[in-house]
Ligand binder design. Sequence first.
Ligand SMILES: NC(=O)c1ccc[n+]([C@@H]2O[C@H](COP(=O)([O-])OP(=O)(O)OC[C@H]3O[C@@H](n4cnc5c(N)ncnc54)[C@H](O)[C@@H]3O)[C@@H](O)[C@H]2O)c1
Length: 712
Amino acid sequence: MPKLMRLTVDNDGIAHLVLDNPDERMNTLSALFIEEFMDTLSKIEGDKSIRGLLLESAKPGVFVAGADIKWLQALKTPEDCRAFAAMAHAPFDRLENLPIPTAAVISGVCLGGGLELALACRWRLAADYKAVQVGLPEVKLGVLPGGGGTQRLPALVGIKNALELICAGKSLKAAEALKLGIVDALFPPDKLAASAADFLREKVRSGEDFRRPWNKEDYRYGVSEEEKSAAFRKKLFEVSRQMTLKQTKGHVRSPMKVIDAVEAGAEKGFRAGMQKEEDVFAEVLCSPEAKSLVDLFMMQNAMGKVYGSKDRSIKPAEIKKVGILGAGLMGSGIAHSIIAAGKKAVMKDVSDEALIRGVKTIQGILQQGVKKGRMTEDKAKGILSLLQTTTGYEEFRDVDMVIEAVFENMDLKQKTIREVEQYIPEHAVLASNTSSLAITELAKASKNPERMIGMHYFSPVNRMPLLEIIRGKQTAEKTIVTAVSVAHATRKLPIIVNDGYGFYTTRIVATYIIEALRCLEDGADVKSIDEALLEYGMPVGPITLMDEVGHDVGAHVLTVMKNVFPERFSDELTEVTVKDGRLGRKNGRGFFIYADGKKMDVDESVYALFKSRKGARLSKEEIRDRVVMNLLNEVGFCMGEGIVTEPLDAEMGLVFGMGFPPFRGGPLHAIDQMGAENAVKKLAELEAKWGPRFKAAPYLVSAAEEKRRLYS
Ligand SMILES: NC(=O)c1ccc[n+]([C@@H]2O[C@H](COP(=O)([O-])OP(=O)(O)OC[C@H]3O[C@@H](n4cnc5c(N)ncnc54)[C@H](O)[C@@H]3O)[C@@H](O)[C@H]2O)c1
């Protein structure tokens, strides 16, 4: 059995417990870890020569990264969760109650269970170093700190400070942690070990009381006089609950449960708080949102390992320089992502004016980074120096890849492909950032369709993490592997889908919008439609989304989709608003009124455009069912047709491409949570009431018949 930690005792009687999992890059808490940790504590308790304990890590940049996520994934039943919560306190309590002074030596990431370990030590000593991150991010996985974090943190830094950190899952840098009092002292990274040993030796020598006051029955948390007032605390918990509910809309329960646990400790004492923590921990561990968020975390990790081909002997081409066609919104964003990754880029547009605008956009993004302290002015200048601009093609002679982002028009894109191919070397990959056109069709313009691929970025490119890679019928494996390597190099999460109009994400966004417009046509009002979907957890309502995307762009995509799937898509409803001169936010006229670029109220005059408006009242539930089921059904079609082949891609594509609620884990998780059988039943009801466009996708029907889960 691998040993995960080493115990040595120095000449001064200071024990050094060095955490060092030999098989992993990081230390994490696992069943094995806890077992060995408890054994080690027994040894320490039994060795009377030990006068102090330092908890250290041998991993560069990491103290303890938190609990091993696989451990959480293995919890299946409420009994598993209760048993897990019941045993979670013991190691931390035992560490805290050792009869000697203790200190955690934090050399890097110290999160979740890692911080709970450190909090159970009398002192926390950290490196003054950028890799140090201290926090309790459990709520981001739908769970909460179950190793005493909801009690020891407020006891240490006060109720308000602790609530702000735990409910938001926020982590702090070393200096911030010192300021708040989570960390007691900072030392230069190269002197951390020696300074920490000196620190503890001095504490041992001075005989300072190292017992924690909160273990006494009558101790109550609160660092300020205000927090010692019962009336103030009552208000504080009330406001925290209101704010938390506003943020989570009740979808993820763990932040609210954190408040319950902190309140129990603050009002009734540490032990009562610990009991409450155990109860609520057991409850959230088994919640559907925790399962989804934990799965999502694992999926995100898996994306980092996507290669692009089963055949690992196919190596990606080295990409040193990328040519970008179009310096508009997308072209400039893509160029930024390329140069930020240290590669050269040449950006072409039809005029100097367009190029100047594009460069300004890139400078703006870089300046934001400088302002936020993420990079120096020199670094920003260095990045920008990797960019060339041009109105010709000469500079494309030595590119290794081209990404075209000209207007969304098949003829223009094909013409551009023909032009650029006269200049680029044979080996160069030719990618299109089209958001809806079929890659195979575009590739007809290429003399070498094997090198053509879709690389669909999302706007704004510097903030959206997804890259949808589209494999055309003739795209070579090497081209895919190369596109994936660029995704990794530019820190994008790559999904790989097969070709088809709208491929995956655009097709699904189109279903989201079209069914919302049909609800409008049937009599629902704009606000109810958006609210119904926001309540489901979507980040933007479909009607607002249409205004944001631009009605002309939306209409174009819907026309493309209608031509392929006339039974489910139509463009009549978008034509109406476009003809009325409504383009959305960009021209200040859409479903909403815009004043100085700010979204105001609904433009009531828009209703008159929908002549056949039926005026029926639709409940929010009905709106949500129609829009969501239509969307989930289309995901079923995409899976069945082989547009998407991996469940992982289906989930990540929507969560990161359109903001599908992360706590639902993705569309397949959402179907699994209701059960494929129930999904098919619901679709049949909608079909009976609203028409054949709701006919269930064969993929869902077969899953329902076989009682199969879609994401296993
Ligand atoms: N806007 C989005 O949210 C989004 C998202 C994903 C994909 N896309 C796709 O990206 C592409 C570009 O969209 P955009 O929003 O950046 O458009 P945009 O209008 O902001 O920019 C297009 C740019 O292409 C330039 N251009 C036109 N013909 C050219 C040519 N022959 N050579 C070089 N440049 C030329 C234009 O002058 C313009 O600057 C479209 O295919 C669009 O569907 C857009």
